[in-house]
Design a protein around this ligand. Structure first.
Ligand SMILES: *[C@@H]1O[C@H](CO)[C@@H](O)[C@H](O)[C@H]1NC(C)=O
Ligand SMILES: *[C@@H]1O[C@H](CO)[C@@H](O)[C@H](O)[C@H]1NC(C)=O
Ligand SMILES: *[C@@H]1O[C@H](CO)[C@@H](O)[C@H](O)[C@H]1NC(C)=O
Ligand SMILES: [Fe+2]
Length: 442
């Protein structure tokens, strides 16, 4: 009888609470090491396909279950690969990158999918399969320089994505600030943030200077772009356009390999030749690269110095891209890096080549450049030089992003969305090139 003491009493509520608190971190689904996260899509060029990429913290199977939307069940199953990525930081954190290619998709049809393994499934996402032919009008969201902190334009992009405004995203370099930071945890946080957009639309990328650490390894591991060059450069067809993505960074981080400048240049020339052979089918040639050839910002970047390495090449003479792009009649060059929006008059070698004074972008006699790096990051916006250059048409120092609508083989439209002004369109211009198969400007 005398044995009744505190130790025999039923568990006190306080004790239960402590126990619960102790167990909580292990019960939180986000901390389940086999649970898929950072889900995103890309298009690797094969018609009727879509690539799904995600991350887990332990090695698991890689499976995507998908089916037509709407539909309760996901009847189709595809397996893919799981490969470890070891970050270069001091903790050598290991991420398991899963990659599954869905094939045989019906163009223009909406699918639902989830990814993972029996050890954990993602939530359900949706996407529309891209159309392979040239006869449709792709709509893209284009921007660069979006960070894990201060990603100003992201909520609006998420809203646009839910409303079905786009077929794909072009992120023109500089992610997360930086993906390698804090032993790549900043990269994880960024990839989780963009998931609502990137798991719904092919999220197409090029590397920027902020991806430089450990030879761009976070960039190469996290994004699955077309081709076999680890996503540093590639091209793909989308409707009436041929889109070329490349690395301006090979011109700046020479210690990772000077040969990359030449290798990429040769690839670009070959790709431009092929694109021109196919120009009757895909008349537009659009490039995306991070650091612009021209800009009128008030800083000390490559484009504010007269001899831009991207424009003129190394030592001002080898592998310059302006001549190459001009020679092969590139229509539109998309850039970022400057945290602002700037549109140029058609330009070659600092000279403006308007189609005509009344309609500068109708049959322009040189490529059109757009610099769109104001999606939002911890470095805030970049100011402009006080006096605009004669080749600068529009400058907007507001957070936002660009909408690119490739209507058909002769008409495309660029619109700048201001996030600061609640989604107002602050620039709106048509580029018209009536002559199919036109190769060069001269
Ligand atoms: C950096 O990566 C590229 C391929 O992405 C490779 O060709 C190059 O040799 C690497 N450089 C170094 C120093 O490892
Ligand atoms: C190009 O067109 C714009 C708009 O009409 C005009 O302001 C500019 O002066 C033109 N530039 C040249 C060199 O013709
Ligand atoms: C392309 O679209 C524009 C704008 O809607 C239209 O005026 C033009 O006729 C179209 N061109 C062709 C070849 O369909
Ligand atoms: Fe940059």
């Amino acid at each position: 009888m005398a044995l009744r003491g505190p130790s025999r009493q039923p568990l006190s509520p306080l004790f239960l609470l402590l126990l619960l608190l102790l167990l909580l971190p292990w019960r939180c689904p986000g901390a389940e090491p086999a649970h898929p996260e950072q889900v995103h899509l890309s298009f690797q060029g094969e018609p009727g396909s879509m690539t799904v990429t995600w991350t887990t913290w332990v090695a698991t199977d890689s499976e995507v279950q998908f089916g037509l939307e709407p539909g309760e069940i996901l009847p189709a199953r595809v397996r893919g690969t799981c490969s470890p990525f070891v970050d270069g930081g001091i903790l050598r954190r290991t991420l398991f990158m899963h990659r599954v290619v869905l094939r045989g998709l019906t163009p223009g049809v909406r699918y639902a999918y989830r990814c993972g393994s029996i050890r954990g499934w993602s939530r359900r996402f949706r996407f529309v399969a891209l159309r392979p032919g040239p006869d449709w009008s792709p709509r893209l969201a284009v921007f660069g320089d979006m960070g894990a902190d201060n990603p100003q334009a992201l909520p609006r992009l998420r809203g646009d994505t839910q409303r079905g405004l786009y077929d794909a995203v072009l992120h023109v370099g500089d992610f997360a600030y930086n993906m390698d930071q804090d032993n790549a945890r900043v990269g994880d946080r960024f990839m989780r943030l963009i998931e609502p957009v990137a798991a719904t639309l092919p999220y197409m990328t090029c590397p920027g200077n902020h991806e430089e650490r450990y030879n761009f390894s976070n960039y190469k591991a996290r994004f699955n772009m077309p081709g076999d060059t680890e996503g540093l450069w590639y091209s793909w067809d989308l409707g009436p356009a041929h889109i070329i993505s490349f690395s301006t960074e090979v011109y700046f981080f020479l210690h990772y390999g000077r040969h990359l400048v030449q290798k990429q240049f040769r690839w670009l020339e070959r790709d431009l030749q092929k694109a021109n052979e196919n120009r009757a089918t895909r008349p537009w040639i659009i490039t995306m690269g991070h650091r612009p050839m021209y800009c009128s910002n008030a800083d000390l970047d490559d484009c504010t110095l007269h001899e831009s390495k991207v424009r003129r090449g190394l030592f001002g003479q080898r592998y310059g891209l302006e001549d190459l792009f001009y020679k092969y009649g590139v229509d539109l060059e998309l850039w970022a890096h400057e945290h602002s929006y700037e549109r140029l008059w058609p330009i070659y070698d600092y000279q403006v080549y308007n189609g005509s004074r009344e309609a500068p972008y109708t049959h322009p006699h040189a490529p059109v450049h757009i610099i769109t790096g104001s999606a939002g990051c911890e470095e805030l916006l970049t100011p402009f030089a006080l006096i605009p250059r004669p080749w600068s048409a529009v400058r907007v120092k507001e957070y936002g992003y660009t909408r690119l609508h490739i209507l058909n083989g002769t008409h495309l439209r660029l619109q700048q969305v201001s996030d600061d002004q609640d989604g107002k369109i602050v620039d709106d211009v048509w580029v018209v090139r009536p002559r199919h198969g036109r190769r060069t400007y001269f």
